[in-house]
Design a protein around this ligand. Structure first.
Ligand code: UDP
Length: 372
C-alpha cells in the first residue's frame, strides 16, 4: 500500500513520525513523505524522526504570501505529486493549510484521505484562524478519522460523519514522546541552578501575535523578577513572534532565550521542567503526559480534556492575570501537586498501533486492494 504522508510544519512531522516509522517497519506499507516547507527550518530539524527514505519537497513558500496564494499553490503542487506517485492513501495531520490542501488535492485525484488528530473543535469558526475551518473541511473529505479522544470522536459523529469511519486512538504525540524519552539521547537546556523553579515557555500562535504577545512578554519579565525562577524560551522562528518577545525578554538574567530545540532536546527539557507556560497545542498534550502543570496562554482551547482533568489551566492573555496565575501555582505546593498528578487524557502511547492496524485491515494484506 503506497501511503503518502503530507506535512509542512514541526508538529505535523512530530505527530506523523510514529506512523511513518511503523509503516516503514511494516511489510504492507510503503510510506512516501511530501513536505510543503510551511515551516521550513523547524520542519527540517524534525525529519529524521520519520525514518522514511523517500521524500519529495515542494517549493511554494514565498515571503509574506497571502493565505489564498499559499493554498492555491499547495493544492496545485500536491495535486501534481499525487498524480505522479499514485498513492493508495494520503495521510494528513491536524489543521494546517498543508493538511487542508493535502486532503483537497487527494480528493480531486480520488485518493482516500486518512486524517490523524481528527475532531478537535473550539466551536468558533475563525478561532483559531484558519485552523478551525481547516479541521472542519478536512472532516468533510476524509475517509478515516483518527480521533485522539472520545470527545473528538463525538464531535465528528455529531457533524454527521458515520461512526464506522471514526476511530478513537489516542494522540500520536504521546507515542512519539514516550519513544524519544526511552531513547534517552536528548539533553535538558535548563542550567539546573539550585533552588530555581524551571519554567518552560513557548509562544507562537497567530491570534496571540502583536500587542497580546508583547503583553505576555511583559508578564514573563515580571515573573522573572521574582528571583526564584529560571525561564527558558525556545523561540519560534516566526518574525512576528520574535518582534513581539525579543524586546521584552532579551537581557534578563533569569530568562534564557534560545533557538528552537530539536525534538530530542525539547522533550528532555520538558521532562526536566517544573512548569510549562504555552500557547502550543502539542505542548499542551505532552506536558500532562509527563506530569508537568501547563498554564495555557489563550482564551480558548480545542483540547479541553487536559483542562477538565485538572492537568492544564486556561489563563487567558491578560498580563496581570497570567502573572497572578503563575505566582499562585508556584506559591501553592498543594495546588501544584494536584495539577502534576491529574493525569494525561491523550492516550497511552499506542495511537499509532490503532491507526496502522485499522488502515491495514481496510486495505487487506493485498497492496493493490481498494479501501472498503
Ligand atoms: N517542539 C520542539 N522544539 C521546540 C518547541 C517545540 O521540538 O523548541 C515540539 C514540541 O515537543 C511539540 C511541538 O513542537 O511536539 C509543538 O509545536 P508548535 O508549538 O510549533 O505547534 P502546535 O502544537 O501549537 O501546532
Amino acid at each position: 500500500v503506497r501511503a503518502m504522508l503530507v506535512l509542512g510544519t514541526r508538529p505535523e512531522a512530530i505527530k506523523l513520525a510514529p506512523v511513518a516509522r511503523a509503516m516503514t517497519a511494516s511489510e504492507l506499507f510503503e510510506p512516501v513523505v511530501v513536505t510543503t516547507g510551511q515551516h521550513r527550518e523547524m520542519l527540517h530539524q524534525m525529519l529524521d524522526l520519520l525514518q522514511v527514505p523517500e521524500r519529495t519537497a515542494l517549493d511554494v513558500m514565498r515571503e509574506r504570501q497571502e493565505l489564498s496564494t499559499l493554498t492555491a499553490r499547495l493544492v496545485d503542487g500536491l495535486g501534481e505529486v499525487i498524480r505522479a506517485r499514485r498513492p493508495d492513501v494520503v495521510l494528513v495531520q491536524g489543521d494546517t493549510t498543508t493538511a487542508l490542501t493535502g486532503a483537497l488535492a487527494a480528493f480531486y485525484e480520488h485518493v482516500p484521505v486518512a486524517h490523524v488528530e481528527a475532531g478537535l473543535r473550539t466551536g468558533v469558526l475563525d478561532n483559531p484562524f484558519p485552523e478551525e475551518l481547516n479541521r472542519r473541511l478536512i472532516g468533510r473529505v476524509a475517509r478515516w478519522h483518527f480521533a485522539p479522544t472520545p470527545r473528538a470522536a463525538a464531535h465528528l459523529v455529531a457533524e454527521g460523519i458515520p461512526a464506522s469511519e471514526v476511530f478513537t486512538t489516542g494522540n500520536t504525540v504521546i507515542d512519539n514522546l514516550l519513544w524519544v524519552l526511552e531513547k534517552g539521547t536528548g539533553r535538558s537546556h535548563f542550567t539546573g541552578a539550585d533552588g530555581l523553579r524551571r519554567v518552560l515557555l513557548t509562544l507562537h500562535r497567530r491570534e496571540n501575535q502583536g500587542d497580546t504577545m508583547r503583553g505576555m512578554g511583559r508578564a514573563i519579565r515580571r515573573l522573572a523578577d521574582r528571583g526564584d525562577v529560571e525561564i527558558l524560551l525556545p523561540l519560534h522562528k516566526s518574525p512576528a513572534v520574535r518582534d513581539a518577545l525579543l524586546p521584552e525578554l532579551t537581557g534578563h538574567p533569569r530568562v534564557r532565550v534560545v533557538e528552537p530545540l530539536g525534538y530530542l532536546d525539547f522533550s528532555a527539557t520538558l521532562a526536566a521542567c517544573d512548569l510549562v507556560l504555552t500557547d502550543s497545542g502539542g505542548v499542551q498534550e505532552e506536558a500532562p503526559a509527563l506530569g508537568k502543570p501547563a498554564l495555557v496562554l489563550r482564551t480558548t482551547t480545542e483540547r479541553p480534556e487536559a483542562v477538565e482533568a485538572g492537568a492544564a489551566r486556561l489563563v487567558g492573555t491578560v498580563p496581570e492575570v497570567i502573572l497572578a496565575a503563575v505566582e499562585r501555582l508556584l506559591d501553592s505546593p498543594a495546588d501544584y501537586e494536584r495539577m502534576a498528578t491529574a493525569g494525561n487524557p491523550f492516550g497511552d502511547g499506542h495511537a499509532t498501533d490503532h491507526i496502522v492496524a485499522q488502515l491495514a485491515e481496510d486495505f487487506g494484506a493485498d497492496a493493490d486492494a481498494a479501501p472498503v
